[in-house]
Design a binder for this molecule. Sequence first.
Ligand code: SF4
Length: 400
Amino acid sequence: MSHFFPEVLAPAGSLDKLKVAVLYGANAVYVGGQKFGLRTAADNFTLDELREGVNFAHDRGAQVYVVLNSFLHDKDLSELPDFVNFLNEIKVDAVIVSDLGVVKTVSSLSSIPIHISTQASTLNVEAAKLWKSMGATRVVVGRELSVKEAGKIKREANIEVEMFIHGSMCMAYSGHCVISNFTQGRDSNRGGCAHSCRFEYSLDMGLDTEEKKKAFFMSSKDLEGLRILPEFINEGIDSLKIEGRMKSHLYAGTMSKVYTEALAYYREHGNFLSDDLLYWESELKKVSHRAYTNASLVEAAGTDSIFNERENTETEWQMAGTVIEASPKSGIVIEVRNAFNQGDELEILPFKGQAITIVAREITDIMMKPVARTRPSTLIKLPYQNGVESLHLIRQKVKV
Ligand code: SF4
């Protein structure tokens, strides 16, 4: 698919997250099966979930790409054909691949479009041409490239180009890293990355013990390319990828919504107003994140892209729950994710447009018994409010 405006490609670590991403506007999602992908800790999809996810997305005009980007040993590769046949049968829109053996297996068994994973570190036109000659329809270029360099690949190799626009970074040439293997016994290139680069290390350069410098030398800030959107469009980048299959429902929904709304705005107006950019940036900050950086999108990342702090697990905003049902008759029925109190202010995130602020007055359980403080994984009710729909996400500001 080649078009002037890029698609927004969102991560979907589970069937629920796929639905959230699609409902909040993502044009495509990428998902992993139980094997062959690089996120062994994600709630990867069963075969039934894959089928349901593809149908759900296709019914709403979105596409589904399946990640097969592990590097495989022969014994793993022998199990791949059955899975490829299944993906062909359920009509997935592409597979994302790094290993040449997987490219060969997929192309010999099916006509599923092949996207070359960022794990393959495609950084130049000749590499992209070679992948194209081997049957690939798209390259997910390395995160070391600027948008301009990626645009050159798009034009000169005449192949679709996908680029990361948002999310956690890898300090190595994506995935070419064995720190997790040595420190945790977990293989980054077979789905086991333990984010060892985020840890604190001490640097021993012949200094005595007191002088050893301790710091987070290898930990990157998070990528955020909102203000560079016009450049992605001008360079003809086909797909804007959001990292984060392991991240929350709130993350999948917020990212899909912000980037699709920003693109739609630009399509209509041909520019951005600074107030709108500030609004979208404030939305991007309402999910768990580290300090943001452009990384190498404009010029090669420097020392200011290092996040030299301990991982911050506390966030200013968290997900309060999901709307299960909303009507004047039933009220707003919510499945609670994180507890909140009577009188707390909540923000309901519509699929389009600004958040709806409500105060959680008159909380009841589903038997209409008053509730002072909600509990995770329970159903509660609030009075109906216009504009609230089933499957809307609810967030709440929390004290940090
Ligand atoms: S440990 Fe860090 S640098 Fe290594 S593969 Fe994982 S994210 Fe990348």
